[in-house]
Design a protein around this ligand. Structure first.
Ligand code: NAD
Length: 376
């Protein structure tokens, strides 16, 4: 099995899908690994580091030639895969809903495409879950980015010159990113509150030492929906949530929004009028900005100021921590492939009836095969 590790071509993408550690481990399974020149440059992994781990390093054409498995962080442009074997596997974060034409092109070219973000949220797949590993880092970085834009300190400080009061931080959406954002803001000494539509998150918020802010008069999602994800809420719930948020948000210094609904645009959580009610100098970080944004007026890739409030809309936040994000992404990929590795055949075997395989496999035999994608 020859594994090709591509240099990412998407603008602003700094991550890489393998690390010297995972290269060694794949070689230990009997695979060969070929890394495109410069693939790790922005994640602080040199070609020499990959070579020392046992990979060959070469041009895209060299790396793709005869490859059985192609690794990427983002789905490679089908036009850039000329020379790859039909039937080769592509394993990456493929954004299947957003980039459907690309998925169709993989199918037409005969590739078996594996969309890693479709990994089921089950215990067995936790170590393979790129959404968790990347969201966790994004949640941390959102707080750091917010703190960097904020003109005051986070912790309370009692000094000879006077007292600096603690920042009030409000986290909206308490999935993987939100939980890490709560923990990070607490570590920095802020007073933290948080909200979600899933009532199961209330205890998690409390256990991290933050205050839960919940709509009490209209039912939210008790427990969790399919796969633990949220779904679109009723108009009645949305109205109650907007009222609750309005009274709370005016007192906050930093707001981090992380709310997502799979396969749908991100829910709108903060209106322009609510931004206007905040104190000048406050900061909002919208982690959902690329999925349509939780915050009215947020612009992907920009930091804008509205009503004296900074709205931070960085794209691809995990890539802003490229070294750690790459190391975890690479381990997720290794954990996934090694779980299905046939030691005798020295190749992965993906049984059709396995829940994980059914989740991630989006194209095979010239067709789109993902039920989730076909149903959308
Ligand atoms: P996500 O990125 O899809 O969404 C982020 C958060 O936004 C979620 O908590 C969601 O409930 C919330 N949200 C959606 N609409 C909202 C609204 N209108 N207002 C406020 N909040 C809103 O979530 P995620 O981080 O991918 O986590 C989803 C679930 O998967 C969680 O239950 C998590 O615990 C679970 N999970 C399980 C595993 C596993 O078992 N392998 C791994 C990771 C996550």
């Amino acid at each position: 099995m020859k594994i090709a590790v591509l240099k990412e071509q998407a603008s602003g993408e700094r991550r890489v899908s393998a690390s010297p550690e995972t290269v060694k481990k794949f070689i230990g399974l009997g695979a060969t690994v070929a890394v495109e020149t410069g693939a790790g440059e922005y994640a602080s992994i040199s070609d020499a580091d990959f070579a020392a781990a046992g990979a060959s390093v070469g041009s895209r054409a060299d790396v793709l030639g005869d490859a059985d498995i192609i690794f990427g962080v983002q789905g490679p442009d089908p036009a850039s895969l000329a020379g790859a074997k039909p039937g080769a596997m592509i394993a990456a974060s493929l954004n299947p809903f957003g980039e459907r034409a690309r998925i169709d092109a993989y199918a037409a070219a005969g590739f078996q495409a594996l969309a890693l973000e479709f990994m089921p949220r089950i215990t067995r797949a936790q170590s393979m879950d790129i959404l968790s590993s990347q969201s966790n880092l994004a949640g941390y970085k959102a707080v750091i980015d917010g703190a960097a834009e904020y003109g005051k300190a986070f912790p309370m400080m009692m000094t000879a010159a006077g007292t600096v009061s603690a920042a009030k931080v409000f986290i909206m959406g308490v999935g993987v990113a939100g939980l890490q954002a709560i923990a990070t803001a607490r570590r920095l000494g802020a007073q933290v509150s948080a909200t979600d539509v899933r009532s199961a998150t209330k205890e998690q918020i409390q256990s991290l030492g933050a205050k839960p802010i919940f709509v009490e008069n209209v039912a939210g999602i008790e427990g969790e929906g399919a796969g633990g994800y949220a779904t679109e809420m009723s108009d009645e719930y949305k109205a109650a949530q907007a009222e609750l948020v309005s009274s709370h948000i005016a007192k906050q210094d930093i707001v981090i929004t992380t709310a997502l609904i799979p396969g749908r645009p991100a829910p709108r959580l903060i209106s322009d009028a609510q931004i206007a009610s905040m104190k000048p100098g406050s900061v909002i970080v919208d982690l959902a900005v690329e999925q349509g944004g939780n915050v009215e007026g947020a612009v992907a890739g920009e930091i804008i100021v509205k009503h004296g409030v900074k709205i931070v809309g960085h794209r691809n936040v995990p890539s802003r921590l490229a070294t750690d994000a790459s190391a975890l992404f690479a381990r997720n990929l290794f954990n996934f492939f090694s779980a299905f590795w046939d030691k005798e055949a020295k190749a992965p075997v993906f049984p059709d009836d396995d829940e994980i395989v059914q989740g991630v496999r989006v194209t095979m035999g010239g067709k789109v095969v993902s039920e989730r994608l076909l149903a959308s």
